[in-house]
Design a protein around this ligand. Sequence first.
Ligand SMILES: NC(=O)c1ccc[n+]([C@@H]2O[C@H](COP(=O)([O-])OP(=O)(O)OC[C@H]3O[C@@H](n4cnc5c(N)ncnc54)[C@H](O)[C@@H]3O)[C@@H](O)[C@H]2O)c1
Length: 307
Amino acid sequence: MYTNPTVINKVKRPNFAARHKWSMLLISIRLVSMSQYDFRDLFTLQGKTALITGATGILGQHFCHAFAQYGAHVIAVDLDSKKLSTLAESLKKYDIKVGCFPCDVSDREAVRAMVNEAKKLTGFIDILHNNAATKTNDLNGYFQSNSKYSGETWRQVMEVNIDGMFYVAQAVGDVMIENNRGGSIIQTSSIYGIMAPDQRIYKGSRFLDREINGPAVYTASKHAVIGLSKHLATVWAEHKIRVNSLVIGGVESGQNEEFQNRYSDRIPMKRMAHVEDVVGGLIYLSSEASQYTTGHTLVIDGGLSAW
Ligand SMILES: NC(=O)c1ccc[n+]([C@@H]2O[C@H](COP(=O)([O-])OP(=O)(O)OC[C@H]3O[C@@H](n4cnc5c(N)ncnc54)[C@H](O)[C@@H]3O)[C@@H](O)[C@H]2O)c1
C-alpha cells in the first residue's frame, strides 16, 4: 500500500511511543493485506459476460471455450446459425449462460439490434472480443494479384474486418458506458497488422484447396484494427473501458507442408502458432490482470517481428 507523504504531513504528529505503535500497526496491516491477496484471482472471468464475433471460426470456437473455462458467460456471434447451435451444444458442459446470435457485423443496424438483444442474457457485457474477419465467398477474388484486385472484393473485406469491427465496438461500447462498470475490448489483428507478408514464403503454398498469398487488403485492414483500438482506448479510458489489439502469428490450421515449412523457417521459434499459444494473451487482456493496460498491441508471433 502506498501512502502519499503529503497526506501524512497534514496529520498532527504523535509522540515517539505513539508514532512507534502507529508504524507497527501500519506494517502489520500491510503484511496481513499482502498475505490475503491472491494474485491468481486477477485472471478469473467469473461472473463476467463476453461477446465474441467470428465465434464459430477456426480460432473463435476455442476462444469461446476459453472464456467459458475461465467462468465467463458467452454471447457467440457469427453468420451461420447451424454452426452457432453446434457451438452452443459444446458449451453446455460449463456452468455458464450461452447466447447465440447470427449477425452480419458489416450491417450496422443489424449489429445494434443484435447487441440490444444480446445484453439481455445477463444484463451486462463486460468483454467484447471483436474477432470476425472474412476472405469473402470468392476465394479467387480474395487471393487475386494486386493489379487485378477488384474494388468490390476490397470493399467486402474492409466492410467486415474494419467497418464491422467499429460497428460492434460502437454498439457494445454504448452498453458498457450505460452499465457503468467498465469493460475490456480485445480486437483481433494479425502479424500482418504490424508488418507486410513475406510473399516469398507463399510460393507453392496451398490452403483451402488453392494457391494462396497475403493480400494487400488483409494487411491494410489488420493495420487499421490497431489504429482503431488505440483511438478507442484513449477516448473510452474515462469510462474504464480498455481497448487492446491481439496480434496473432500464422496458426497451423490445414495449410500444406510446403507452406508450414517455409513459414516456420521465418520464425525464430521455428513453428507456426497453436491456439493454446494465443489463449493466454486473450485471457490476460480480458481479465483484471491487464487492468492498467490499454491501447496496447499484444504480439504473439513466435518472435517473427523481432528479427
Ligand atoms: N488463423 C490464423 O492463422 C490467423 C492469424 C492471424 C490473425 N488471425 C485472425 O484471427 C481471427 C480469427 O481467425 P480464424 O482463423 O478463426 O478465421 P476463420 O475464417 O476461421 O473465422 C472467421 C469467422 O468470422 C466469421 N465472419 C466472417 N464474416 C462475418 C460477418 N460479416 N459477420 C459475422 N461473422 C463473420 C466467419 O463466419 C468465421 O466463422 C480473424 O480476425 C483472423 O484475421 C488468424
